[in-house]
Design a binder for this molecule. Structure first.
Ligand code: SF4
Ligand code: SF4
Length: 443
């Protein structure tokens, strides 16, 4: 049962069971050829965008800092290729965020920046400073700066670390490949986080549809104190932060609160091993493993892609498309963002690139709501989308607040299950925007 302040929603679990479509599970990670140019956006994390720290004509190397932010919620941005800064241009992210983008013409030498050396880490403060310098943001897709996540104000009340290896979105196998290809590095990362945050218990949560990942990590944690593999039911959105906390610890994160408020820090599994690699090498976050799939792609697979590489360049490296994609998704089909041009670049938190034909994308006619209640029955947060939709139509702020629309995590379960093919998640987003606008007006 999720409890949000005064209102209490009686939920057992919610969620849906879409097809897995993990077609690329056996595709080992391949290095994408270095593209001629990369376009690196300055908005790759939650919070204000960074500002470029380089100018046109500057020479950069792999790992050179090219963007820094002034706000608290920020993470530096680094060059993913060596070469020359060709342009600094205005850019609109697929999420509509506006920012600058640094365009680099690659020299294909991949010369590392001279600052790329293992950081001096010996205590909590130096550990957090290193994670900040690494530019790491949540690699599961959220883009939350990891150094902030690892340094909550009430760290002394946190007792549990959850490593999120659920990867419940259909198609995506990026985290799964990390478990198979780098299990020792995953465990090294877990031990580093446990050590510097002084956490006694760690659970690595993985869905049961990944038995090979479960087996290899179970083998690696044998004999290690305080690290346990938790096999999770295969059910979307098992990897959502609030859901995985509830499934593993039974603790419920109230609306507007953070995992640390219930004594938990949650970290994506690829983020965890990235920390271990960064402490060993000092190479910041300049490349991301991306699952490339969909019925249009000739050769689906998992690719290590320099950040800023255009979608078109990734598609070409996979042999191109054998039919015209009608829909390109950054991320999975449940929470991914649809993009309108294949010139968009891969960002730090891009974990999938899906190319679907019109047939596969399955555009269907939207019908009237038949008040069947299925959307409410699958909502992991116990929300009532039809009532929220009606309240938003008349901009009833009090009712939207009472219905707690801000608890919506935009997981997409309601749209998935709707027999009338209504854009239910979209209407939740609109209702949240209504509340945000009302709050801004009040201020
Ligand atoms: S998108 Fe929001 S309303 Fe819909 S199921 Fe997910 S949490 Fe519930
Ligand atoms: S699932 Fe669709 S048709 Fe059923 S109540 Fe929700 S919005 Fe209406």
């Amino acid at each position: 049962m999720f409890s949000f302040g005064k209102n209490t929603f009686k939920r057992t679990r919610g969620g849906v069971t879409p097809g897995h479509f993990k077609n690329t599970r056996d595709c080992a990670t391949e290095q994408l050829p270095i593209p001629d140019t990369v376009r690196i956006p300055m908005a790759q994390h939650i919070g204000a965008p960074c500002q470029p720290t380089v100018k046109v004509g500057d020479t950069v190397a792999v790992g050179t800092v090219i963007g820094l932010g002034e706000g608290f919620m920020t993470a530096p941005i680094h060059a993913s290729v060596s070469g020359k800064v060709k342009a600094i241009e205005d850019f609109i992210m697929p999420t509509s965020a506006r920012c600058k983008a640094v365009v680099i013409a690659a020299d294909k030498l991949q010369t590392p920046d001279e600052s790329v050396t293992p950081p001096d880490v010996h205590d909590f403060e130096s550990f957090i400073a290193a994670v900040k310098q690494s530019g790491l943001v949540g690699l599961g897709g959220a883009g939350f700066p990891t150094w902030i996540k690892l340094s909550p104000k009430n760290l002394d009340q946190v007792d549990t670390l959850i490593i999120n290896g659920a990867e419940c979105e259909p198609y995506l196998t990026s985290d799964y490949r990390e478990c198979l290809e780098s299990p020792d590095t995953v465990i090294e990362g877990v031990q580093l986080v446990k050590k510097y945050l002084n956490l006694q218990h760690c659970y690595i949560g993985i869905e049961k549809n990944k038995p090979e990942a479960i087996a290899i990590l179970k083998e690696k944690v044998q004999g290690l104190d305080g690290i346990e593999i938790k096999e999770l039911a295969t059910r979307y959105p098992q990897g959502a932060e609030k859901v995985i906390i509830s499934e593993i610890t039974g603790r419920r994160v109230p609306m507007g609160k953070l995992p640390a408020d219930v004594g938990v820090v949650v970290l994506n599994i690829t983020s965890t091993s990235f920390i271990a690699r960064y402490l060993r090498t000092g190479m910041p976050l300049v490349a991301k493993r991306v699952t490339v799939d969909g019925d249009c792609v000739k050769n689906p697979g998992n690719w290590l892609v320099p950040i800023g590489t255009a979608i078109a360049d990734v598609a070409e490296a996979c042999g191109g498309c054998d039919k015209d994609p009608a829909k390109i998704l950054l991320g999975g089909p449940m929470m991914g963002t649809c993009v309108y041009a294949d010139s968009y670049p891969v960002a730090k938190n891009t974990n999938g690139l899906l190319f679907f034909s019109a047939d596969a994308a399955g555009q269907q006619r939207v019908l009237a709501c038949m008040k069947c209640g299925r959307c409410a029955s699958v909502c992991p947060m116990g929300l009532m989308p039809p009532q929220i939709y009606e309240a938003n139509k008349v901009k009833d702020i009090a009712e939207l607040t009472r219905l707690q629309v801000n608890a919506c995590m935009e997981c997409g379960c309601c749209s998935y299950i709707c027999p009338s093919k209504r854009l239910v998640t979209q209407s939740m987003r609109e209702a949240k925007a209504t509340l945000r606008a009302a709050a801004a007006k009040k201020q």
